[in-house]
Design a protein around this ligand. Structure first.
Ligand SMILES: Nc1ncnc2c1ncn2[C@@H]1O[C@H](COP(=O)(O)OP(=O)(O)OP(=O)(O)O)[C@@H](O)[C@H]1O
Ligand SMILES: [Mg+2]
Length: 411
């Protein structure tokens, strides 16, 4: 296998760095041939805190997967996350260029570029422009205007931007490992590609990734992203709460969460006790009810912050395809039921779609961003190969083109 034919997704998280290597299979099936993870170093909340540490952690993760697949990683689709990333809505307007009023791909690219001209704060750079819908001569809700006739073309788009310094430090870490970046992709955007079906995205769905230091969400409707947010709380906060509440070390708190934790305390008996000496060098007994109540309280807070985001776009309790939970934090037993209850919506765990792999880890919710990056890469690679017309469902195509241009023309 040559390394150029494989697609690599690199997810640099606060808790772990994960990489997925795949080959495009028959139809849309991904053949995942390598998955590796190492504990994260030098990264906190998606922000680089030590370049050297981050480079060595990323390198060791890449080496691990290279041993598995037997070929070097030369380039990768890299996921970016972090509370410095923000999303805003934007609007672009242009006059259609052809005298007969037929809208061309160029017009679409121009109007999306016009939407980019929003007031981005000076220390921020645009990561994605996600066109949501077009308006042709006042007729709104158009998904693909190419070939239609009109004089005035408008677009509604979501702009995702990150702090320039953070983005630069982040890319520097990857380049220093000797790997080229195919593109930087917002983690939750890639994650959604892996776990949400086309139909769910049409109906209205929210993908929620509970990581170690962040919880990110993406709401899709009519096939396209409607709202994205990265909240600065994650499952690591649950661990911290346990350590403080039960006065244990962080390591013991983490073990308690993973071995004895669950999302709801209602079915935990008051007399259930955990013997600390069974899981650590620490002595003493802990009430399991107490432990689960601590977890429950923080989880409720995380969910209510997410629900507030849904409220901002008037989708609280209103998403027909419900909630899909992913990320390492989603492995907490009883989480799905707790989500159903708090969001008043259907909920499920996110499993990667259309993936063929002998590796068990493909179904680990913590790997869903790395797998999503690979799927994202596959979709982009196909669009280049096939020269297909830009469809909004493969929205980033137009945008990638523009990003490429701006990279060339803007110093
Ligand atoms: N079985 C489990 N039960 C509960 N929580 C778990 C379980 N396994 C892992 N976690 C938690 O998941 C979190 C890590 O999730 P993940 O690996 O998705 O984070 P990350 O991608 O490194 O972080 P971020 O996305 O915030 O940068 C940790 O806080 C960990 O305690
Ligand atoms: Mg993550």
């Amino acid at each position: 296998m040559s390394s150029s034919s494989s697609i690599v997704g690199l997810d640099i998280g606060s808790t772990a760095i994960r990489v997925a290597v795949a080959q495009g299979g028959a139809e849309d099936n991904l053949r995942v041939i390598g998955l590796a993870e190492v504990p994260s170093e030098g990264i906190h909340k998606g922000v680089v805190t030590s370049i050297d540490d981050a480079v060595s952690a990323i390198s060791s993760c890449l080496e691990k997967v290279e041993r598995m697949t037997g070929s070097p990683v030369e380039h990768a689709w890299v996921g970016i996350n972090g509370s410095h990333i923000q999303a805003q809505s934007s609007h672009g307007v242009i006059a259609v260029s052809k005298p007969n009023g037929e809208i061309s791909e160029d017009d679409v690219a121009r109007v999306v570029e016009a939407a980019q001209a929003v007031a981005t704060p000076p220390n921020y750079e645009i990561l994605h422009v996600l066109p949501r819908s077009f308006t042709v001569d006042g007729q709104a809700g158009i998904k693909d205007p190419v070939g239609m006739t009109g004089v005035r073309l408008e677009v509604e788009a979501q702009i995702i931007e990150g702090q320039t310094a953070q983005v630069k430090n982040f890319t520097k870490c990857v380049y220093r490992t000797g790997v080229d970046i195919d593109d930087l992709v917002l983690g939750i955007l890639a994650n959604t590609e892996a776990v949400a079906t086309k139909r769910q995205k049409e109906l209205g769905v929210a993908v929620i990734n509970i990581g170690g230091a962040t919880t990110s969400l993406l709401v899709c409707e009519e096939g396209d992203p409607l709202h994205a947010a990265i909240l600065p709380v994650g499952s690591g906060h649950i661990t911290n709460d346990i350590a403080i509440g039960l006065r244990t070390s962080i390591d013991v708190a983490e073990r308690l969460k993973i071995d004895y934790g669950q999302a709801s305390s209602s079915d935990v008996g008051k007399r259930e006790e955990i013997n600390l000496s069974e899981i650590s060098a620490e002595e003493g007994f802990i009430s399991r009810k107490n432990l689960v109540e601590i977890i429950e309280a923080r989880l409720e807070e995380i969910f209510s912050l997410v629900d507030k985001e849904l409220g901002k776009i008037d989708r609280s309790g209103k998403l027909p395809a419900g909630i899909i939970l992913t990320g390492g934090g989603a492995k907490l037993p009883g989480l799905v039921e707790a989500a159903k209850h708090q969001f008043r919506l259907p909920a499920s765990l996110g499993y990667p779609l259309d993936v063929a792999s002998p590796l068990e880890k493909v179904n680990d919710p913590a790997f869903s961003t790395a797998l999503g990056l690979v799927r994202w890469g596959l979709l982009r690679a196909e669009s280049v190969k096939g020269f297909s017309l830009p469809k909004l469902s493969s929205l980033a195509k137009v945008v990638d083109k523009i990003k490429g241009l701006s990279k060339i023309f803007i110093p």
